[in-house]
Design a protein around this ligand. Sequence first.
Ligand code: NAD
Ligand code: IPM
Ligand code: MN
Length: 334
Amino acid sequence: VKIMRVAIVEGDGIGKEVIPAAVEVLDALDLPIEKVPLELGYGKWEKCGVAIDEKDLEILKSCDCVLFGAITTPTDPNYKSVLLTIRKELDMYANIRPIKPLPGLVGVTGKNDFDLVIVRENTEGMYSSIEEIHDDVAYTKRVVSRKGSERIARSACKLAKDRKNEITIVHKSNVLKSDTLFLGVCREVAASEGVEYRDMLVDAMAYSLMSYPERYDVVVTTNLFGDILSDMSAALVGSLGLVPSANIGDKYAFFEPVHGSAPDIAGKGIANPIAAILSMKMMLEWMGYEREAALVESAVEFSIKENITTPDLGGSSSTSDVGKLMADHIRNNL
Ligand code: NAD
Ligand code: IPM
Ligand code: MN
């Protein structure tokens, strides 16, 4: 069997709590995986003046994939986001964010009869990093390319074919002509792939998602809209601490919770590790470990059934209690 090399990046804040819990669950599966710990982020920047360097990028590229916690990004203009650097350097253009309620849990709508996936373009849009900053005016260039739109549309269609064979293209082309290009390319790709499509303006989509999440399946959109809609949609499933993600390119893959480093609760041991654990589950699926991934999901469901949950879900358990329970459940069912 091939031994998979997985870079383990805890990062900052609650990344240092949720990743150890996810690793404990991963270890319980006893798979041929070599873990490569790597320190990146704001903590490293404070210590060494650099958040990520060339050597770190080489190590990431030498691994098959990355399991990542969260990194604090200060608003300091001299600090370049580590996450954006990695997504761009490793050209991981598709950010896949499943919004699926767990059995027994509901979010703000009280509904749990929906199952959608946000497919977020991950390398361009408002995140082009092409900026011009003056004292009284600042510009950010929004980049939408045919190539970038085409490949994210293909990722969405590929996913749609395994689901309901439909996509919703989310854009703001009534104002942004760059989105007219995005919408046009997504329509072309869907038509050529034989996938049904419709489109929604992003503002109306925000309302509709909150009101009728069951109407949507695969949602494809540009970078910033995908960022905002995914945190918003976390409220649909009951906590930001529940939503996982995969950043996928043609060569590399990178798995991380949607949430950030949560400085308001960091160090208290109360962060919900489920988003990180489900991100690790997405990693197992990507590796082809379907049975093990299903086992992780059943461990997550078991923790909720047993009411071993963190305060964001109304429970009083700690991050590590949740991880331990799931690891035990896996060892008992392996
Ligand atoms: P955040 O996602 O860290 O937190 C938002 C809110 O959700 C907070 O109240 C937090 O306590 C809560 N929350 C988040 N994750 C949780 C969990 N697992 N369990 C329970 N509650 C949870 O967003 P923020 O506070 O706006 O950002 C903090 C820092 O994280 C910023 O520097 C931001 O740039 C960075 N960030 C990093 C990533 C990443 O590395 N992937 C993602 C988002 C934000
Ligand atoms: C996310 C985060 C990042 C983003 C930040 C930390 C750069 O919010 O992964 O959703 O905006 O993409
Ligand atoms: Mn975000």
